[in-house]
Every structure is written in structure tokens, then in C-alpha cells.
Design a protein around this ligand. Structure first.
Ligand SMILES: C[S@@+](CC[C@H](N)C(=O)[O-])C[C@H]1O[C@@H](n2cnc3c(N)ncnc32)[C@H](O)[C@@H]1O
Length: 326
């Protein structure tokens, strides 16, 4: 495979302009899966009527949302404005979820700014009808780590419920080997510890998921051009735990389409959307590519590889600005 990554699209408006003609979405469009399973829409999550339209009279069993909390990457705004915005879409999500459903939301915490917006978001959630269930942390380490601080980037995952949804315990087992001994119990007069007693080779997930790697360019699932992709394995764990076959899973900040791929793998229906037609197109290409090749991303290539090869303007723009060789 040619080594040809795409730079971050969000940081380069000119590149976005050159890619737009290859996008099958305009704002307001809804793509319906020919297999009758998924939907991809280009809408604003703030617009309740658009979300209701996507749902087509159905309710979702699981919501996985990953808002743009990185203000530098997205747009400068103060925390209050961000929280007011969150309030609107959290209310919208509540409306389209079934009576017994799960709601997961990813949030960053700015360690140089009182960990905002995480505490403010948690306060906001206390004022809603969702009930808090868990606070999950993903391991965040690159290379050998750092000597100047404990890693400064955080990826927090908050878990709430509406009503009393099922929790599928199978999803709890991880790839983490049994390394920590503990919890001694006497059975038939013999003292045993938990590693001896449990049947699985691995431990359960708990609320610190050290077995999940942040997405980086060497991974098959990597979608070059995207800047905020979440690990597929984390979303697969959520999808397995929080929904059943043929249930509807919603993600209205699709970006690279990770929730869609996890839903496809586990036989769920995914109704997903993004405000930006370029990310809607990438989401669509990701599912098409997965269905055609079994690959979850592009690793050394990118979703617009063929267009870049054939479009002289696009090709020379990328070669000149980024010195990328096709
Ligand atoms: C942090 S990314 C989501 C990453 C995703 N979980 C993944 O694995 O690829 C946030 C996405 O939200 C989209 N977005 C921002 N504001 C939005 C809005 N008001 N409505 C819908 N999508 C929005 C952005 O275009 C961006 O693609």
C-alpha cells in the first residue's frame, strides 16, 4: 500500500474546499443504507427536528456521543457557552432514546484550566433525568510516557442511563492478563485469590481501560485526515454492553464513523450524523471500505486516495504544501 496519509482536514480550509466536490452529502441530506440497516445524515445535533427525522419514529437503545471539546482544535469558546450548547443536545438525545437506554459521552479535561469542561458537564448532567452509572478512563500514553507531568491529555468516558437498560456482561472481559493478585477468600479450608478462582484468562474491564490504545498512524483502523478518532475497541465494548442485535445505536458526532463500524460488526443499526459533509462522506466511505475489504480504516492511505491520484489540482496542492509524494 502506498504510504500516503492525508493531513488534518479541519485545519486546512483550502483542502476541504478541494475535497467537497467529492462528497455525496449536502447539509440536510440523509443517506439510507441499501441493506436497510444504517443511516448517515448531515445535520446539526442542536436541531431536534432533524434528529427526530433521522429516527423515523424509532427510538435508540444506546447513544455514544463524542462532542468537540478540544477548543483549540474546534473553536474558541468559554466553558459556559460550551455547557449551554451541551444542554441543548443532551435534551435532544433524551427525546430520541428509548425508556430503558444507555448514554455514553466522551469528554476531555483541560488540566491547565481546572479540568474544564469535565466538572461543568457532570454538573449539567445532574440537572437532567439521566442517572450516572460510571466514569471510565482510558489509558493515555505515547512512547515511553513523560518526565514532566503525568500525561496531560485525558480521555474520559461518562456512562449514564435512562430508565433501567440491560448491561451485557460478556463485554466486560478484556485483553488484560491476570497480573494483579488480590481479594483472598477461603474455599474448602484453602486460601485462594481471585486469579485462581476466575474462569477467564483475562480480567474484566472495570473502569480503567488500559488495554485500549489511542488510535495512531500505524493502526489499521487509522483514518487519515481525521483528528479526533476514537478507538474502535472502546466503542465495540460500549456497543456490546449497551445494546442487542438489531437495536438502534446513535452517534451524532460521527467524524470518522467509528460507532458505525462497531455497530456493523456487532449487527446493530447505527443512525449517525455530522454537521460537516466531508466527515459524513468519510463515514460513508469507511463503511463501504469495510464492507468491500474487511478493513476498518486506511492506515497508510486515506479515504480520498483515488480522487487525489486523478485530480491534478488536489494532487499538486498536497504535494506542494505538505511535500507528500503520491
Ligand atoms: C470529536 S469528533 C468525533 C470523533 C468520533 N467519535 C470518531 O471516532 O471519529 C467531533 C465531530 O463533531 C462534529 N460536530 C461539531 N459540531 C457539531 C454539531 N453541532 N452537530 C453535529 N456534529 C458536529 C465535527 O464535525 C466532528 O467531526
Amino acid at each position: 500500500m502506498t504510504n500516503f496519509p492525508l493531513p488534518r482536514i479541519d485545519k486546512d480550509p483550502e483542502l476541504k474546499k478541494l475535497l467537497l466536490p467529492y462528497c455525496r452529502f449536502k447539509f440536510g441530506d440523509i443517506w439510507d443504507d441499501e441493506k436497510g440497516k444504517h443511516r448517515i445524515a448531515c445535520v446539526d445535533i442542536e436541531d431536534k427536528n432533524s434528529l427526530i427525522k433521522i429516527m423515523g419514529g424509532n427510538k435508540a437503545a444506546l447513544s455514544v456521543q463524542d462532542p468537540p471539546y478540544n477548543f483549540v482544535a474546534f473553536k474558541e469558546t468559554d466553558t459556559l457557552e460550551f455547557i449551554n450548547w451541551c444542554k441543548k443536545w443532551v435534551d435532544n438525545i433524551y427525546t430520541i432514546l428509548s425508556d430503558n437506554s444507555s448514554f455514553y459521552v466522551w469528554l476531555g479535561a483541560d488540566q491547565k484550566n481546572g479540568f474544564s469542561p469535565l466538572p461543568e458537564f457532570m454538573q449539567l448532567m445532574k440537572s437532567t433525568d439521566f442517572k450516572s452509572k460510571s466514569f471510565i478512563t482510558l489509558r493515555n500514553q505515547r512512547g515511553y510516557g513523560t518526565q514532566k507531568n503525568w500525561m496531560s491529555i485525558r480521555q474520559e468516558l461518562l456512562y449514564y442511563v435512562k430508565g433501567k437498560p440491560e448491561f451485557n456482561i460478556n463485554a466486560e472481559y478484556t485483553d488484560i492478563p491476570k497480573i494483579l493478585k488480590g481479594y483472598y477468600k477461603t474455599i474448602n479450608g484453602k486460601q485462594t485469590e481471585n486469579i485462581e478462582r476466575s474462569k477467564s484468562e483475562n480480567i474484566r474491564a472495570g473502569n480503567i481501560w488500559v488495554d485500549i490504545q489511542q488510535v495512531f498512524y500505524r493502526m489499521e483502523e487509522n483514518v487519515n485526515g481525521c483528528f479526533a478518532q476514537k478507538p474502535l475497541k472502546a466503542i465495540e465494548r460500549i456497543v456490546e454492553a449497551g445494546s442487542n442485535k438489531n437495536d438502534i445505536v446513535v452517534d451524532f458526532f460521527s467524524h470518522s464513523g467509528t460507532t458505525l463500524i462497531a455497530s456493523e460488526k456487532f449487527g446493530r443499526k447505527c443512525y449517525t450524523s455530522d454537521i460537516d459533509p466531508v466527515y459524513c462522506e468519510i463515514t460513508l466511505r469507511r463503511i463501504e471500505n469495510f464492507r468491500n475489504t474487511g478493513r476498518t480504516g486506511w492506515q497508510n492511505s486515506n479515504p480520498f486516495f483515488d480522487e487525489i491520484l486523478n485530480d491534478k489540482k488536489l494532487k499538486s496542492y498536497l504535494s506542494e504544501k505538505y511535500e507528500l509524494k503520491v
